[in-house]
Design a protein around this ligand. Structure first.
Ligand code: 5GP
Ligand code: ZN
Length: 121
């Protein structure tokens, strides 16, 4: 299947992965809206919300909470917006939840590799 996110899961396309288990993978968005912009994806190819199952969704909720704590600790974020696009506005056709950090003070968008360093060290 020609799916970018399946290729990221398989390691065929590199990604700045910050968390991974048997059900999900979490990595930095290549074109972040703010520093620490993460994508949480299921490891099985699920198109969109219509194909999502309760077990995977519940696990994604737990990991979202865990990632929020990580972003608060490592990047001192002041808020977090969750977005999940479906239909025409979904660019990548593999389910993904955006975690977009909010900062009280204006921030310069840093290179993704710099943010990865901050999150993982
Ligand atoms: P959508 O509009 O489908 O909700 O958003 C897709 C997101 O995936 C975009 O924010 C885009 O920057 C991100 N993205 C697309 N291709 C890649 C990739 O190869 N690697 C990473 N890390 N993010 C990607
Ligand atoms: Zn896929």
């Amino acid at each position: 299947m020609d799916c970018i996110f399946c290729k990221i899961i398989e390691g065929e396309i590199p990604s700045y992965t910050v968390y991974e288990d048997e059900i999900v993978k979490v990595f930095l968005d290549v074109n972040p809206d703010s520093n620490g912009h993460l994508l949480i994806i299921p490891k099985k190819h699920i198109l969109d919300i219509n194909e999502m199952d309760a077990n995977t969704w519940t696990h994604m909720l737990e990991i979202t909470k865990k990632m929020r704590k990580l972003l608060e600790t490592k990047l001192q974020i002041d808020g977090l917006t969750l977005i999940q696009n479906n239909g025409m506005i979904q660019e990548v056709k593999h389910f993904h939840l955006h975690l977009k950090p909010f900062y009280r003070d204006p921030q310069t968008i840093l290179p993704v590799e710099d943010i990865y360093e901050k999150i993982t060290h």
